[in-house]
Design a protein around this ligand. Structure first.
Ligand code: IDC
Length: 474
């Protein structure tokens, strides 16, 4: 049965990839013409970071494995400015209507570890396979209704999504089977409780409403435009009643969008207003199917993955336009010891640069997927992935970005932007030591400052077009 499901999915995916066409369908290159998440000085943020952490899913207290010193290490070694921080409904609302504020205090303490080092924190209400009662994580037991149907453990965890008990729990959550308890109302209220706690925390940039939503027995656009959009609208309204300003990140249904297939998510109105007032962002994941199934980035798999990257980008641009939303890739990642994996990660970063999208790599948990692993003595050691994730990048652009990106062949970081009224401060770029041991040589712009410790170079901005190229100083 498992393999029937897998082959069916593969066949549908292949057919759709052919239907949506090759990379060229994605239109003009460049980050121009889209909306940006801005900081307090009006600068466009290029969010660059990791997910923290998968370990939080199963920890009884819901906390990730990190200590404050691990955040310091991440900053030092990767120059990141962003974290997608996992929280769970089960720990927020252990009993219906009863919130655990001590849990939120612990979350706030960790947000502080990041915030004090200049990070922007996205709180991600994580779930996989609904909740612990269905062999997953996320939802509390009291909100899990399986009608006694089983969930058999599968070798590939994603396949637990199609187990009878899991499907039923989702159907009851979405209310698509029968009118029962309104769990969506509880979910939105839990979010409002979280948002009230973090509304005035300057480190928190916003909220990722639900990790990888799954429709249960209702799938595709009928799910995304139906119960999913309804939950998002309800939750957006609940959050806005306590937090008018934070960004709200929405995800498409993962099974399909992760693989480069279209999303049916509709425009979601922000009570703040439309256009530049709105703060709704799109946060899809990127996991090409052949790699989900354990393939590397080689041979025929590589060709398929490249095609997926092209259609993923085209579909993401299309959905982001419909939502009038900036884009953050909330997850991408793989076992980085697989053949071609490092090339793949660099390809994703290039894709993100072309899209003008932020990225959060999955994940920071030490191991083969991560930029570090634990040695036998318990110390963290860099993996080969670290050098790929430690990529030169702008962090904040003082105006409207037109394009930016690192060219690993010519060792050039190019950043183009147009100065904009009301934006203060300079454009900040991160220049890793591995490529810029003696700092950067700037053409087409003026250096305001260079900090060799944080490896952040600040460039003067102002009105007009800026076209800056930075190469290693010699
Ligand atoms: C994975 C973890 C893995 C865990 C599994 C189920 O890496 O150890 O067993 O979750 O909890 C996602 C999910 C993210 C997954 C990740 C990698 O959002 O939770 O983490 N992934 O499989 N979607 C696609 C991939």
């Amino acid at each position: 049965r498992t393999w029937t499901v897998v082959s069916l999915v593969l066949a549908v995916a292949a057919a759709l990839l052919v239907a949506v066409g090759p990379e060229r369908a994605s239109g003009a290159d460049g980050a121009g013409g889209r909306r940006w998440i801005t900081d307090g000085q009006g600068r466009a943020l290029v969010l660059n970071g990791l997910n923290t952490a998968s370990s939080a899913k199963s920890a009884p207290d819901g906390m990730p494995w990190i200590h404050s010193a691990d955040v310091a290490r991440e900053k030092r070694r990767l120059g990141t400015n962003f974290v997608r921080f996992l929280i769970q409904w089960r720990t927020i609302e252990p009993r219906p209507g009863r919130y655990d504020d001590r849990y939120l205090d612990e979350v706030a303490a960790r947000v502080g570890w990041y915030g004090s080092r200049g990070y922007h924190v996205m709180l991600d209400m994580h779930q996989d396979v609904y909740g612990p009662r269905t062999k997953g994580n996320g939802a509390p037991a009291w909100a899990t209704e399986t009608d006694g149907l089983p969930v058999a453990e599968q070798g590939q965890w994603e396949l637990e999504y199609v187990q009878p008990g899991t499907l039923r729990a989702f159907d009851h959550f979405w209310g698509t089977r029968r009118a029962g308890r309104n769990l969506r109302a509880r979910y939105a209220a839990a979010w409002a409780h979280v948002a009230a706690r973090f509304a005035h925390d300057p480190a928190v940039i916003g909220y990722d409403l639900m990790n990888e939503p799954w429709g249960g027995s209702l799938q595709g656009p009928a799910f995304e435009a139906g119960p999913l959009a309804a939950l998002y609208r309800r939750t957006i309204a609940a959050i806005r009643s306590v937090d008018p300003d934070s960004w709200i990140f929405v995800e498409p249904e993962a099974v399909s969008a992760n693989w480069g297939l279209p999303s049916g998510l509709p425009y979601l109105k922000d009570p703040r207003g439309d256009g530049d007032r709105a703060r709704i962002a799109y946060a899809p994941h990127l996991y090409p199917l052949p790699m989900d199934l354990g393939g590397g980035y080689t041979g025929g798999t590589r060709a398929w993955v490249r095609r997926t990257l092209g259609s993923w980008r085209a579909q993401t641009e299309r959905t982001a336009r419909r939502l009038d939303a900036p884009v953050v890739i909330g997850e991408y990642g793989l076992d980085a010891t697989r053949p071609g994996a490092l090339t793949y990660v660099a390809e994703v970063r290039r894709t993100a640069e072309r899209l003008g999208a932020g990225t959060a790599y999955w994940s920071n948990d030490p191991g083969p997927w991560a930029p570090w692993r634990r040695s036998k003595g318990g110390r963290l050691r860099a993996t080969k992935l670290l050098a790929v994730l430690d990529r030169p990048t702008p962090l904040a652009v003082a105006g409207i970005p037109e394009s930016y990106g690192w060219d690993g062949k010519s060792h050039t970081l190019a950043v183009r932007w147009e100065g904009a009224a009301g934006v203060t401060g300079g454009t900040e770029v991160y220049l890793p030591e591995r490529f810029f041991p003696d700092g950067g040589r700037v053409t087409g712009g003026d250096v305001v400052s260079w900090d060799a410790a944080s490896r952040v170079l600040v460039l003067r901005s102002g009105p007009g077009d800026h076209h800056v190229r930075i190469t290693p100083a010699t």
